[in-house]
Design a protein around this ligand. Structure first.
Ligand code: SF4
Ligand code: SF4
Ligand code: SF4
Length: 277
């Protein structure tokens, strides 16, 4: 049973990631394919925590918090597109080095300060700070400013080829590039987050992200915990080696649930069956 958790988690995460990207890109693709109506995409923002809080969408907020209280931060391993983005870079890291990310203590002071400032800024009506650190805005900026123009440019190349061969399957359109500042904020944060994820795994999630901080408070002692059975553990470190959240303290045989992003890597890595759900 335990071995199904990780594949299930990966399938869910990829499905949500595709839906979020489809919500951003489907209208543009539909227009290029001369579709009369853009396809209806699930409103991806509706089940993202920060947009749901801002929209006072209580059923979604309560559902996410309830699932987190029951199962820990599964939101961070399945629903959040920025989490998947970081996981992609963490995986790329593993192609080059087999070294893990050593356990580190929680950076509570930093994350609570960022959380408090973000909430205060939002209450004060200043949305610049939330937009810089809130995961859905950050990811949306990547897609809108970087992916969408690149995709439109590729579509235009294809349209030119179709025209040359008298096939009118695809229509070209203007490549819309956002303003100078928007573009460079998106490019700089995409590169910084990629580098951070490749070097330090989910560091952003556990030190900066205000949504992660809120979830970490709720996930401190979830009903479904991941723990180490000290009587079975031989302290080989294999579980910590694959942990992207650096939250497994092998020496003391403990796992920090508030930072665990429920990737389930550690369960499969332990050959002694000491990591338990
Ligand atoms: S901590 Fe924030 S950025 Fe990381 S996965 Fe969770 S919601 Fe997304
Ligand atoms: S992989 Fe298993 S045996 Fe090795 S340190 Fe982790 S819990 Fe202990
Ligand atoms: S303890 Fe680490 S490896 Fe295990 S599920 Fe949590 S984040 Fe993943």
């Amino acid at each position: 049973m335990r071995r199904f958790f990780k594949p299930l988690r990966v399938i869910l995460a990829l499905g949500c990631f595709v839906l979020v990207n489809a919500a951003f890109l489907a209208p543009m693709i539909a227009a290029s394919l001369c579709a009369e109506d853009a396809p209806q995409t699930v409103c991806a923002a509706a089940w993202q925590l920060w947009p749901a809080i801002v929209a006072l969408n209580l059923p979604v907020v309560l559902a996410i918090l309830a699932v987190t209280a029951l199962m820990g931060r599964v939101y961070c391993s399945t629903l959040c597109p920025l989490g998947v983005y970081q996981d992609v870079w963490f995986r790329i890291r593993r192609l080059f080095t087999k070294r893990g990310i050593p356990f580190s203590p929680p950076m509570n002071r930093v994350r609570y300060w960022v959380f408090a400032l973000t909430v205060l800024a939002a209450f004060a009506g200043c949305f610049a700070l939330p937009a810089l650190v809130e995961p859905y805005s950050v990811y949306g900026r990547f897609v809108t400013n970087l992916v969408r123009p690149a995709l439109q440019w590729a579509i235009n190349l294809l349209a030119a080829w179709c025209d040359a061969h008298e096939k009118y399957w695809v229509m070209s359109d203007e490549v819309v590039v956002a303003g100078f500042l928007s573009f460079w904020v998106a490019a700089a944060s995409a590169m910084a987050l990629a580098a951070l994820a490749a070097i330090k795994g989910r560091w952003f999630c556990n030190a900066v992200c205000p949504v992660g901080t809120l979830l970490s408070i709720v996930a401190k002692r979830p009903l479904m915990r991941i723990s180490i059975d000290a009587s079975r553990c031989v302290k080989c470190g294999a579980c910590a080696h694959v942990c992207k959240a650096a939250c497994i303290d092998v020496k003391n045989a403990t796992i920090d649930d508030s930072r665990c992003v429920r990737c389930f890597n550690c369960i499969g890595a332990c050959r002694k069956g000491a990591v338990r759900l």
